[in-house]
Design a binder for this molecule. Structure first.
Ligand code: HEM
Length: 517
């Protein structure tokens, strides 16, 4: 009898203790530290806490879902909670942002520059380069790489974008009518561009390896979602133990490719420097001149000589720039061409504007002329509003952080910024599912929150390649539109999205090109 009483007492005490501790830790979410508020109110009065799928709060909400279901689930949540919400996962709080006001608070907070845990899932592929690093390392790398995106350098890259765009249309051999798979051809184009501009290496004799690199990055993407949806796999050791063997071989292909690019460039650079010496053409300023250009990778190799980065660091940045450079732009262009095909009247407006500023032989197609194409700019912005290449980005609070909206995020809180949902929120956009480039005309932007449109993120950790990406996308669209009318072969109703590191569709997006007279 005594024993039963003791057990009962122990159970009651345990429950009481759990009840007390539940104020500071979400017990059912494996003791996740709770988000607090400045005035002591419960956190859900500021940001609601949705009920989870299991008794373990939200820890298993994505468990067992396919990539498409994960995508759908995130959208439904954002629709239900249009002004941000908090979830409690496996020992962590997750602050989900679906409104521009909260995005503004987080992206401009100097304490919130560390990327969230999901970026750790990219470490096997990208290690800790610009995208994934933090603190001092990130600051020094950002300082190192920023000059390579200088306006004058972009002007020189324009020559490469132009040449690659010509090659893109030349592959159709002047056909008067042809159906093309944009999903297949565009990633090849963007990978060629990033390798030649940033790495100083033409892919002409490495085309197959380039294709293999892209294929294997798709595998890495799948492993990213596998980890995202299974809380056990958030643990690196567990994941490495259970991960499929194919993961390791995909990583090897990706790293072998970037290593080969670096080795090639080292040889080319050496020869180039020798040539400059013998022709007395060495110049002091590698950034601002009109002489034969240096690639971004050269800046890293020079920095290595100055002891500012080592070979491993160069590999990290090459992997990062290559991935960011080809994938983000590729998605933007794929949807750009798709939208040109779907909205013939808007395509015609772009075409007329291009004819006004760009000669038929494209001889004056340069960075200055491209800057004059305001409607094309609106067209691409509207494409990236509806189909942002990076649908979600994340930060984490490394220490307790108080936000101006009254929330106090405990150390370790993960922050997910749902760019896709902010871009489709009726709070900022009338008929958000309608394609209307005119939204971006200056007179129509005036009253809109700046952070309602953040395809390149914002604040200190914004996309370093945004001007580069816009220039590349515009160049290809101009070259294609000058020669071809683009007709649709897909209906937006048939688009099926998936979650990945970037925005994925399961569709093979095709368009029909008809030669202009
Ligand atoms: C349409 C094309 C692109 C889109 C939509 C895009 C979008 C983004 C976004 C949203 C981020 C922030 C990620 C985050 O906060 O988690 C980012 C970061 C970054 N992007 Fe891009 N990007 C594009 C093209 C490029 C290109 C062409 C390059 C390089 C040539 C590039 C290089 C980077 C790098 C290095 C970072 C990390 C910056 C840092 O943390 O300091 N991106 N990009």
């Amino acid at each position: 009898m005594d024993l039963i009483l003791w057990v009962l007492l122990a159970v009651v005490s345990l429950l009481f203790w759990l009840y007390q501790i539940n104020k500071d830790y979400y017990v059912l979410a494996f003791f996740a530290p709770r988000v607090k508020t400045k005035d002591g109110r419960p956190e859900w009065t500021i940001a609601p806490v949705p009920k989870g799928r299991t008794i373990f709060a939200n820890g298993f909400d994505l468990y067992g879902l396919t990539e498409q279901q994960v995508f759908q689930r995130l959208r439904i949540r954002a629709e239900t909670f249009p002004s941000s919400f908090i979830e409690y996962g496996f020992g962590i709080a997750i602050y989900n942002i679906t409104d521009a006001e909260s995005a503004d608070l987080v992206l401009n907070d100097q304490n919130l520059i560390t990327k969230s845990i999901i970026y750790d899932f990219l470490h096997p592929a990208l290690c800790t380069g610009l995208l994934t690093s933090t603190d001092k390392k990130w600051h020094s790398r950002r300082r190192l790489v920023t000059p390579t995106f200088h306006f004058n350098i972009l002007g020189q890259f324009e020559e490469i974008f132009k040449a690659e765009s010509f090659k893109f249309v030349e592959q159709f051999n002047g056909a008067s009518e042809i159906s093309i798979s944009v999903s297949e051809l565009i990633p090849r184009f963007t990978l060629n561009c990033i390798c030649e501009t940033a790495m100083g290496v033409k892919l002409d004799d490495m085309a197959e390896k380039g294709d293999l690199y892209r294929e294997n990055f798709t595998m890495i993407d799948k492993s990213f979602v596998r980890r995202l949806s299974n809380p056990f796999f958030w643990n690196k050791t567990l994941y490495e133990y259970f991960r499929p063997k194919a993961d390791a071989s995909s990583l090897k292909v990706v790293h072998d490719f970037s290593n080969e690019i670096i080795a090639k460039r080292r040889i080319l650079l050496e020869a180039d420097l020798q040539h400059r010496k013998t022709t007395q053409d060495a110049d002091e300023d590698i950034y601002v001149n009109n002489k034969p250009r240096f690639a971004m990778l050269d800046t890293l190799i020079f920095a290595e000589t100055d002891g500012l980065i080592d070979h491993k660091g160069i590999c990290e940045e090459v992997d990062t720039l290559m991935f960011e450079g080809f994938d983000g732009t590729s998605i933007g262009l794929t949807f750009g061409l798709m939208n040109m095909s779907l909205y013939g009247d808007k395509q015609e407006l772009c075409y007329q504007e291009i004819n006004e500023y760009i000669a038929d032989d494209l001889s004056n197609l340069d960075i200055n002329q491209i800057g004059k194409l305001k409607y094309l700019d609106c067209f691409i912005k509207e494409t990236m509003r509806m189909f942002p290449s990076v649908p979600v980005t994340g930060r984490q609070a490394v220490r307790e952080t108080e936000l101006a909206n009254g929330l106090i995020l405990p150390a370790g809180t993960q922050i997910s910024l749902h760019i896709f949902d902010i871009h489709r929120s009726p709070k900022y956009w009338d008929s958000p599912d309608k394609f209307q480039p005119e939204r971006f005309l200056p007179e129509n932007c005036r009253d809109r929150h700046t952070y309602a449109y953040i395809p390149f993120s914002a604040g200190q950790r914004n996309c370093i390649g945004q001007k580069y990406a816009m220039l590349e996308m515009k160049t290809l669209l101009i070259v294609v539109l000058k020669q071809y009318k683009i007709l649709p072969l897909i209906d937006t109703k048939d688009l099926v999205f998936s979650t990945g590191i970037t925005l994925r569709t399961d569709n093979n997006i095709k368009v029909k090109l008809v030669k202009r007279q």
